[in-house]
Design a binder for this molecule. Sequence first.
Ligand code: PLP
Length: 287
Amino acid sequence: PFIYLDGEYVPKSKAVVSVFDHGFLYGDGIFEGIRCYSGNVFRLKEHIKRLYESAKSILLDIPMTQEEMSDAVVETLRRNGYADAYIRLVVSRGVGDLGLDPRNCVKPSIIIIAEQLKLFPQEFYEQGLKIVTVPTRRNVPDALNPKIKSLNYLNNVLVKIEAARAGVLEALMLNHEGYVCEGSGDNVFIIKDGKVTTPPTYLGALEGITRNAIIEICENLGIPCEEKPFTRHDVYVADEVFLTGTAAEVIPVVDVDGRVIGDGTPGSMTEMLIREFRKTTTVDGIK
Ligand code: PLP
């Protein structure tokens, strides 16, 4: 495989960054996860826009235009000959000294990795996931605002560890007020009496591009869908629960903290939304 590294396409074994890179030393940087389906880079423009907004928020000037960045993503896929792939785009503050001051960093490091990745095994799309809520809270402090896809993903890593310790693959974070926020790398939706609800991002959640796609699908199909705070109780008594994310796509949840959701199998509205989402993945993007 070839990795885009600062303007060049280098073999995987040669794709290395300095130990003085502030992305490594301080988690000082941002990233995106993007999917390509049958040669269609799904909602690439939205991902690039979010990347540049994350960069702006942390005062990181990316020395490329959004168009050049999009072209680099497409070219990385082309060079690897991938029609279906998961793409990881990383921009760090770059190589500096041991001090925090980013003014000593010469230029941002820009990395694009394309790989074949499926987050959850196929059986869970058919049977649904069991998940738990975990002690790690989704807080919303300044630069660690979950709306910024920064390289500071320690909370999310802890959620994965806490999920694994509970014997499940994914978990939900609450914020400090007890409202449900999101998973370690995905947004959450509940369905009750035909109404679809997802937490507003101000509670502490990334504005997921898959989340937005689901909200749009609901609007197009005339299904009521709102962004409204809810608690664990609302999840436990929901008719259906599902998660959304670039890597996970749309995946049903059938058990939360030992409470069986609905009849314990993926709900019919969730299955319909999965079908509708899959229809858009090969058309809604850049060829
Ligand atoms: N929440 C977090 C914390 C994430 O890292 C991601 C992954 O990007 C998501 C939600 C889902 O967002 P998207 O659908 O844009 O991939």
